[in-house]
Design a protein around this ligand. Structure first.
Ligand code: ARG
Ligand code: ZN
Length: 859
């Protein structure tokens, strides 16, 4: 069945209080729930419908009286009581089976400990409930378990009681004073250890912060603990938001479908976003860990204190919270680099999503399975919409709007309109038109055309928006600058037909014309500084102009963007190709020679656009030709830069060895790019082997290993043996070398993948392992996965049905990686089409069935 935003109705019943008692066991758990229910005032009480899935009913009583079989109806998706009084208390007891729960939704077992994941609709797999985000209640939770197996018992809020019971059992009781929807419920039980630190809030309250993990892993929680404290402090300083309970628990789980979850007072994380030290995490991991920890913590306000009215509003919490975590990283590290990283992700994931059949608005109008909408569009594009509000209102205006939003909706369930209304009212700006951004799918394109009249000295720039609804053009903040021949910014105020601030134009109509007068030469325009809107901008730059933009522009994002565009022109077919390659070679060399340029920035600028980013702009993706063109460009760069790359690799050695501090990480990033690029022109892997043995971080060791594997150097095996032996016991690091192995860009790598999935390293119940092996293979190994003989596809479709019956979300997300299939060349498209046909009857989950239907355009 299809769920539609247009069909939203307020709930017929509310739940004011929930008491849960868990008798926890790995194979079998009893859940007794006591709900205080109130019907909406009005007519006689409507039927009471509660969601429930995979639950065995042991007992049911209404207002203290056990119900007989005729007094309720039970089906596969819930429980109905037709004659419940308008205020009543319902008690149910259910039996559930955590160990059998491979979907990892609801209550499940991971390495002997019990965890929950309830967002979006997992709570109904724990007990019967009105499992929707606009039903909020106060929870009292009692956990009972065997003390030896489950010494630690955690839930939301504060622990109010604990003690011993008979038979070696013990209990803990938790009270969460903040009303919350069921998707924020959580419990954890297991033999865990913690690192702990106090935090004093800006109101002077003391919070106990705990980061929990398997006993063996707790030493690697130090960085995560520090990150929690930084996040708490940052949200106070930047947004005036403080924590609101006496304890904040964060727990690492090795089996976890997504990245992490913001359950009130008890955040549960995929262990890969908690565990870290120099030996087992890369520089990128450290940044990602801090960012995800920040993200979940920031949800305490943007998500928990103010939650969602319905799941269509998902981006209201996710887009806003991604924006907040992006700002957190930008404030603590390099703002320019962070923005480049965001833009890279947006282009390679979200723009690509928009270019295929899975394209949807940031607020989708309908879904079959909400878990399919935790997408790059909802998260990353959603964050860009919030960022545009920030750009339009400025820091102070945005802050005022956000304060009003939190104040108005604290404890409530909000919509996208509520957020925009708060921004609108607090700033006095009319944001009605801006709301269309949440409703329209696709990546808008702005076409910019310039004309220069040498006689009158008038420069005319025409801007047209394409791809938006013709009746509802979008309100687009377009950052803009003009440079003269000396590289100085022209500060003449152009005359425009809309409101205009220097540096920023607000496009509200389909077409705008700007004029600059009194010029002797046409200026060089620069667009979208800081990526002021999630759009494509088409302007017919000559390669020379792009190279000049890299020199004169000061915004790192715009400089990076100019280089990316130069690379795109050099790679894709077109008349300018050769000229663009020459300009790219020169521009990259200048950066490589610049001793003052930040090394990480140089590395970002030297990297070429992702294969799928390039493909997203093509009507037809000739896989072999596009891959060959991108490789040829990389080879040409390597040949041209050989001496410079050698020099830089050597020269950065000392700085790269400096441990985990920021400057060293930056040096490692460039140095490892040099290493990988040099491997294209060197015949053997001595340099990488030497780096591997001399390394003092996982970053450098892994980069060396990956270079050896990907270049196919003879020493790869020996180094791989060493690496594998070193990290055998650590699943997260095993994921890393498996990932390096399966992405070696050669057709023959398919055999490696086939061997892995038929051996002991293939653990289909562990989402991280599936992503490391299959996800990286499908996403990143173009020559092997997209083999013309179809062998790559055959392996993928052989694995998918089993994955689907184990964990539907993981299967569905992997299937969605084929989002480009329609634009692939004929041979590949036909192969995939046949596989889709055959898959039709072999998928069992709603998740994967919906994704398949959307991929095929049936929905
Ligand atoms: N709210 C979580 C986050 O972004 C994501 C949870 C998604 N889980 C899911 N099963 N869809 O922080
Ligand atoms: Zn989130």
């Amino acid at each position: 069945t299809v769920v539609r935003l247009a069909d939203y109705r307020a709930p017929a019943w509310r739940i004011t209080h929930v008491a849960l008692e868990f008798e926890l066991g790995a194979t079998s758990t009893r859940v007794t729930s006591t709900l205080r229910l109130v019907a909406q005032p009005g007519q006689p009480a409507p039927p009471l419908r509660l969601d429930g899935e995979d639950l065995e009913l042991l007992d049911i009583a209404l207002d203290g009286r056990t119900l007989g079989p005729g007094e309720y109806t039970l089906d596969a998706s819930g429980l109905t009581l037709t004659a419940a009084p308008s205020a009543c208390e319902l008690r149910t007891t259910a039996r559930i089976h955590p160990q059998r729960n491979t979907r990892l939704e609801g209550l499940y077992l991971s390495r002997g400990a019990l965890f929950t994941q309830c967002e979006a609709e997992g709570f109904r797999r724990i007990t019967w409930f009105i499992d929707r985000p606009d039903v909020s209640a106060v929870y009292d939770v009692t956990l009972i378990a065997d003390r030896a197996r489950f010494p630690v018992l955690l839930s939301n809020g504060d622990r109010v009681a604990a003690g011993e019971l008979d038979g070696g059992r013990h209990f803990a009781r938790w009270h969460d004073p903040h009303p919350k929807p069921s998707y924020l419920f959580a419990l954890v039980a297991g033999d865990l250890a913690r690192l702990s630190a106090p935090f004093t809030t800006m109101q002077g309250r003391t919070v106990e912060v705990n980061v929990w993990a398997d006993r063996a892993d707790v030493a690697r929680c130090e960085y995560a603990l520090g990150a929690v404290l930084r996040a708490m402090q940052w949200d106070e300083r930047r947004f005036g938001r403080a924590y609101d309970l006496a304890v904040f628990n964060v727990v690492a789980a090795q089996d976890f479908t997504m990245g992490a979850m913001e359950n009130k007072g008890l955040n549960i994380f995929n262990a890969r976003y908690i565990l870290a030290d120099a030996d087992t995490a890369t520089d990128d991991d450290f940044i990602a860990i801090e960012s995800v920890i920040g993200h979940e913590y920031f949800h305490n306000w943007s998500g928990n204190r103010v939650t969602l009215r319905d799941w269509f509003q998902l981006s209201l919490k996710e887009g806003l919270t991604v924006f907040r975590d992006q700002e957190f990283t930008a404030d603590l590290h390099s703002r320019g680099l962070k923005r480049i990283e965001d833009a890279r992700l947006l282009r390679s994931r979200q723009f690509v999503e928009d270019a295929g059949p899975l394209s949807h608005p940031v607020r989708p109008p309908s879904y079959r399975e909400i878990n399919n909408f935790y997408t790059a569009t909802v998260y990353e594009k959603g964050a860009e919409l919030v960022r545009m509000l920030h750009t339009l209102l400025g820091e102070t205006g945005f802050r005022r709007g956000l304060d009003l939003y939190f104040e108005r909706h604290d404890g409530g369930a909000a919509t996208v309109e509520d957020l925009v209304a708060a921004m609108d009212e607090s700033s006095g700006r009319d944001l009605t038109q801006f709301l269309h951004w949440w409703e329209q799918p696709g990546t808008p394109r702005i076409e910019a055309q310039a004309r220069f009249d040498a006689v009158s000295g008038e420069y005319t720039l025409t801007l047209r928006q394409h791809g938006s609804d013709p009746d509802h053009p979008l309100h687009i903040p377009l950052a803009l600058a003009f440079y003269d021949a000396n590289g100085r910014r022209i500060d003449t105020h152009p005359e425009v037909d809309a409101d205009y601030r220097p540096g920023l134009i607000e496009l509200r109509q389909r077409e705008h014309t700007l004029r600059l007068r009194g010029l002797t030469q046409p200026p060089l325009p620069a667009f979208l500084q800081g990526l002021s809107a999630p759009v494509r901008l088409d302007f017919d730059y000559a390669p020379e102009q792009l190279a000049r933009l890299v020199q004169v522009e000061t915004d790192p994002l715009t400089r990076w963007q100019a280089l990316q565009q130069l690379a795109r022109t050099a790679i894709l077919p077109g008349a300018q190709r050769r000229v663009a390659l020459d300009a790219l070679l020169r521009a990259q060399s200048i950066l490589l020679d610049d001793p003052r340029a930040d090394a990480a920035f140089v590395a970002a600028c030297l990297a070429l656009p992702d294969f799928w980013d390039l493909g997203a702009q093509l009507e037809r993706i000739d896989v072999d030709a596009l891959w060959a063109a991108r490789e040829a460009t990389l080879d040409a760069l390597a040949i041209d830069q050989t001496e410079r790359l050698r020099e830089r690799h050597l020269q950065l050695t000392a700085r790269a060895a400096g441990g985990l501090e920021g400057d060293s990480a930056s040096a490692r990033r460039l140095r490892n790019l040099c290493l990988a690029r040099l491997a294209r022109v060197e015949r053997e892997g001595e340099r990488a082997v030497a780096q591997y043995h001399g390394a003092n971080t996982l970053t450098d060791r892994l980069a060396a290993l990956q270079t050896l594997l990907h270049a196919g150097f003879a020493q790869a095996d020996e180094v791989l043996q060493d690496f594998a032996a070193r990290h055998r016991g650590d699943a997260l690091v095993v994921d890393r070398w498996l990932g390096a192995l399966v992405t070696a860009p050669r057709a023959g790598t398919l055999d490696t993948v086939a061997t892995i999935v038929r051996g002991p390293f293939w653990q289909p119940t562990n989402p991280n392992r599936v992503r490391a092996v299959l996800g990286s293979f499908v996403r990143s190994n173009v020559p092997a996965f997209h083999r013309a003989d179809g062998a790559g596809y055959a392996l993928f479709f052989e694995l998918l049905p089993a994955l689907d019956s184990i964990n539907p979300q993981v299967a569905s997300r992997h299937l969605a990686l084929l989002e480009n299939w329609r634009r692939l060349d004929d041979g590949r498209r036909r192969l995939l089409d046949a596989h889709f046909d055959a898959l039709q009857t072999r998928l069992t989950s709603r998740d994967s069935r919906e994704t398949l239907a959307r991929l095929r355009g049936a929905d």
